[in-house]
Design a protein around this ligand. Structure first.
Ligand code: SF4
Length: 340
C-alpha cells in the first residue's frame, strides 16, 4: 500500500467521496504533509530542481484531483480506450515507460470523479455497439497500491460487472488486492500480473514486491475467479536466464490453485528501449546497469513511428522457443498470447 510523504488535494477534490476517503485515511498521520492546493501550482509543492531529485520526491507524492477533459485516449492494441482513473506509479523500475511518457509527472495521481469517468465510458460503449468495448485501467499507472483507501478499482469493477458490452482490464506488479476479492466482477474484469525473475526485480524494479509476493496475490485473484493473465516482462538475457525464468514458471505453476475457472494467459515481452528513454533513464538512474549498449542490439522501427533497440533476431528466436516450450510443458489450462 502506498503511504505517501505528502498529499496534494486539488481544488474540489474533497467534494467527492474518494477524496474524502483518502483524506480521512491519512488526516491523523503526522508524518504526512497534507496540502490543499488553491490554484494549479502542483509542481511548486514537490521539491527537486533536477530530474533525479524531482523523480524521487514525485514518487513519494500523492495528488488527489478531479479529472477534467473527458476525451479518453485510445489504447491499441490491448484495449479500445484508456480508463483515466489514475496516473503514475510508486515503483521505480529503471526501464519504465512512464519515465519517458510521464517524466514531468512522476507522482501518483488519483482522480476522484470516478462516477463521471464511468459515465463517459458508458457513452463510448454505446457508440461502439453492437461491438464490445474494452477499457484499460493501467495504461499510465499501476493502480493497485492506492486501492486500499481509494476503492476506485472496486467501484469500477462493480460497475463493469453490470455491463453487457463493456470490459475492464488492468495490470499490476503489486499485491494490495484484498478489497477486490469478495466483490462481484461477473468475469468482466481481467487482472494481469507482471512477473520477472528475482534477479531482474532486485537489479531494476526498485520498490516493487518480490516474485513470490506477486505470485501469492495472483493466487488470490484466481481463487476469486477473475480472468487472470501474466505478463513476463521485460525479459533480459543474462548468465543463467533460462534457469531463473524456468524456476519462476515452476513456482508460479506450483502456487496456482488446482481449480482454475479461466485459462491463464501469457504475454512475454523482451527488453527494448528507445534513445529518448535511455537519455531519461541515465539522468534518473545514473548508475543503472540496464543493458543499453546500442551496438549489441538491433534497431527496429516500431508501429508508432519511432525506433527501438531490441535484442538480435537469434536472441529473440531463442526467447520465443524457450518460453513456448516451457509454458506449454508446465501449465495445463493456459493460452500463450504472444512472445515478442
Ligand atoms: Fe513502471 Fe510498472 Fe514499474 Fe510502476 S511497476 S514503475 S508502472 S514498470
Amino acid at each position: 500500500m502506498f503511504i505517501p510523504k505528502r498529499i496534494l488535494f486539488e481544488k474540489n477534490a474533497l467534494d467527492y467521496e474518494i477524496g474524502n476517503n483518502i483524506y480521512n485515511f491519512f488526516k491523523n498521520n503526522e508524518n504526512i504533509e497534507i496540502i490543499n492546493l488553491k490554484g494549479n501550482k502542483l509542481k511548486e509543492n514537490i521539491p527537486g530542481n533536477n530530474i533525479y531529485d524531482f523523480y524521487r520526491e514525485g514518487k513519494r507524492t500523492l495528488v488527489v484531483g478531479v479529472k477534467k477533459g473527458m476525451k479518453f485516449q485510445s489504447c491499441k492494441p490491448s484495449a479500445h480506450y484508456q480508463l483515466p482513473l489514475m496516473s503514475g506509479c510508486i515503483g521505480q523500475c529503471e526501464y519504465c515507460y512512464l519515465n519517458t511518457n510521464l517524466g514531468d509527472k512522476p507522482y501518483m495521481r488519483v482522480n476522484v470523479n470516478v462516477n463521471e469517468i464511468l459515465q463517459q465510458a458508458e457513452n463510448y460503449i454505446q457508440e461502439r455497439l453492437p461491438e464490445e468495448t474494452i477499457f484499460e485501467g493501467s495504461a499510465t499507472s499501476d493502480p493497485i497500491p492506492t486501492e486500499p483507501y481509494s476503492n476506485s478499482l472496486k467501484q469500477t469493477i462493480e460497475y463493469f460487472s453490470k455491463s453487457e458490452m463493456g470490459k475492464f482490464r488492468f495490470v499490476t506488479k503489486y499485491t494490495d488486492v484484498d478489497t477486490l476479492l469478495d466483490i462481484k466482477h461477473n468475469n468482466n474484469t481481467e487482472i494481469r500480473f507482471t512477473l520477472n525473475t528475482n534477479k531482474v526485480i532486485n537489479d531494476f524494479e526498485n520498490k516493487t514486491p518480490s516474485a513470490e509476493k506477486r505470485i501469492e496475490a495472483c493466487k488470490k485473484v484466481i481463487e476469486a475467479k477473475y480472468p487472470t493473465g501474466f505478463i513476463i516482462a521485460p525479459v533480459f538475457l543474462y548468465d543463467g536466464w533460462k534457469n531463473d525464468y524456468k524456476n519462476l514458471l515452476l513456482n508460479l505453476n506450483q502456487t496456482l490453485p488446482d481449480e482454475i475457472t479461466h485459462p491463464v494467459t501469457f504475454e512475454v515481452i523482451s527488453h527494448r528501449y528507445t534513445t529518448k528513454a535511455k537519455n531519461v533513464i541515465l539522468q534518473a538512474f545514473p548508475d543503472t546497469t540496464l543493458p543499453m549498449i546500442d551496438e549489441d542490439r538491433k534497431f527496429k522501427y516500431g508501429q508508432f513511428g519511432y525506433g527501438k533497440y531490441v535484442y538480435q533476431n537469434e536472441e529473440i528466436n531463442e526467447i520465443k522457443e524457450f518460453f513456448n516450450n516451457e509454458i506449454e510443458n508446465i501449465f495445463k489450462n493456459k493460452i500463450i498470447k504472444y512472445i515478442i
